[in-house]
Design a protein. Sequence first.
Length: 341
Amino acid sequence: MIIDCHGHFTTAPPQLARWRDRQVAAAGSREAAPDPHDLVVTDDDLRRAVGDNQLRLMDERGIDLTVFSPRASFMSHHIGDFGVSAAWARICNDLVHRVATLFPDRFAMGAMLPQSPGVDPANCLPELRRAVEELGAVAVNLNPDPSGGRWTAPPLTDRSWYPLYEALAAYDVPAMIHVSTSCNPAFHTTGAHYLNADTTAFMQLVQGDLFADFPTLRLVIPHGGGAVPYHWGRFRGLAAALGRPDPETLLDNVFFDTCVYHQPGIDLLARVVPSGSLLFASEMIGAVRSVDPRTGHHYDDTRRYVDATEHLSDAQRAAVYSGNALRAHPRLAARLAAAGR
């Protein structure tokens, strides 16, 4: 079985973006916010949205199931206040839940949280509970920078995040550390902000003792860990200089995904990071959607790279494709086991 642990609903029906445009406009003015009931998306709309896109590519690439969450760049937690984020998160989570319900063998729900700059993360707990208990979410996306590139939030090891970690540990649900749109023109959203955030999050974990307090908490750092594997020696050296444990000790709780879009990058990732801490992922129809003219294949067809790397044994490759994902996502493992898969 091949599980893609990193998929977003980037192909949502256009009426979702139109409703969001109205909400954003209202957030910056005195006009009334749009009613969520004004958004009408039929099941056929959803079938078309994924059938011609994610499902088609999953079939072509031999991917069995995707952990599917709302579009990351659409989270935009820096827009409006907590009420805006709460309404938007609920709508987006409901749509992803409906996709997972329509195609239960192909998608498992990942949820977004209604984060907002300067607002206590504990305010996200009601939506987290709803997503897990009512909608069946097996993972959540956690934005370490709700300010959208201004980095006003405290480090992930700060105790203000602990109520979320307590709930995630209790639910046995992992968090993917995933930022959203950058409103800082110095940082391109997908080319700089995403990768900067991945690197920053890992360094925050190096500096803290988060997993001493939450030994069962699991975090996924996407996009191959940003700069982390490429600079593994730097992180080891900094950890030693700071009197911190070797970064490899974090890898009982931290996973990196394979959203790296060329063969040398996957080769490096597989050489540096122990295979037990790698999760197969593609983020298909995401940041990089085009065909590489050098290979004739889509950049985000990451299965080709994982298949081709010489730095994984057959057993390790199988673990990267599904075994590690099932360890990282116990609720998904339980669901598949109950279905006899």
